[in-house]
Design a binder for this molecule. Structure first.
Ligand code: SAM
Length: 282
């Protein structure tokens, strides 16, 4: 991992190098280079508490990629990617435009480094936009003029809330936010969703709690590992797809949501602390 120097002259405008950023930390766990010393300290804390914590980030991103590939079968050609994060090896627009070069993608984030990198990367792709907005204020997103110029909410679209809603600290507000988004979607739309989970077992709950403690009580101040019931309450109004050959429709650990192929071993305890689901608006 490369850490950037943090002297003010080397930090992009609008970025506070003394405060860790969840976008940079997550990007760092995925192997990205935009990690400052202050981010690295949080990463070391997490990895010391749970050495396999990196599996959470990798599992989450793999799920996002497979879910996007799956949804190219629907012929839906508009994607709203909330809390899109730093550009990484494969991004939503690259996956969906490989199947349909007319697919439109709006990325939304509020991290200045994400916005700077995203805009630079997307400069010459006029079907993709990078918007700065607060994704936990759905009206801000749903009424944004630029977003509405790209995405038609009267037609089915794919809404991605992947690795985002656990950053909402308020347990009552979280399902309300998802309800506002789901209510605004046309029937036939899909939601791609992932969230940290407390697996509620004596072996796995301590893993979830160790990471939650660092995230919630540290400088980031958020990162809730919610129970299955709390997560399902955020997906009300959606018909969830079957996550693999053996399970009924619902949530699955991200790594076990339609994996690309056979695994040589089982998945780690940490990898069981993040779940994904894809649901269709009825
Ligand atoms: N969705 C990507 C993925 O799953 O690979 C990135 C997930 S990353 C863990 C969470 C992202 O949400 C970060 O890029 C962060 O900046 C963004 N985020 C957090 N709170 C936000 C807010 N209130 N408004 C917009 N973006 C936010």
């Amino acid at each position: 991992m490369t850490t950037h120097a943090t002297s003010p002259s080397q930090v992009p405008v609008g970025v506070d190098p003394t405060r860790p950023s969840i976008a940079r930390i997550y990007g760092g766990f995925l192997g990205g280079k935009d990690v400052y010393e202050v981010d690295r300290q949080v990463m070391v804390k997490i990895s010391s508490a749970v050495p396999e914590a990196v599996d959470i980030a990798r599992g989450n991103r793999g799920f996002l990629n497979r879910a996007c590939r799956f949804l190219t079968q629907t012929n839906i050609d508009q994607f709203l990617d909330c809390g899109s994060g730093l550009p990484t090896a494969e991004n939503t627009h690259q996956i969906v435009q490989r199947y349909n070069d007319e697919a439109r993608v709006v990325y939304i984030d509020n991290d200045p480094v994400v916005l700077a990198h995203g805009r630079a990367l997307l400069e010459d792709n006029f079907r993709v936009r990078m918007i700065g907005a607060d994704i936990f204020e759905p009206r801000q997103v749903l009424e944004d003029v630029t977003i509405r110029s790209v995405v038609d909410f009267a037609k089915p679209l794919v809404l991605l809330q992947v690795g985002t809603m656990h950053h909402v600290a308020d347990d009552e507000r979280a399902p309300e936010i998802m309800r506002e988004y789901i209510d605004a979607l046309a029937p036939g739309s899909y939601v791609v969703f992932s969230h940290f989970i407390d697996p509620e077992t004596p072996e796995l709950t301590p893993i979830a709690k160790r990471i939650e403690n660092i995230l919630v009580n540290g400088p980031l101040g958020a990162g809730r590992f919610r129970t299955r019931d709390e997560i399902m309450a955020m997906l009300d109004g959606l018909e969830l797809v079957t996550p693999n050959v053996q399970d009924p429709p619902g949530l699955a650990p991200c790594d076990l949501w339609w994996p690309d192929g056979p695994r040589l071993g089982g998945i780690s305890g940490a990898a069981r602390c993040i779940v994904g689901a894809v649901g269709r608006k009825l």
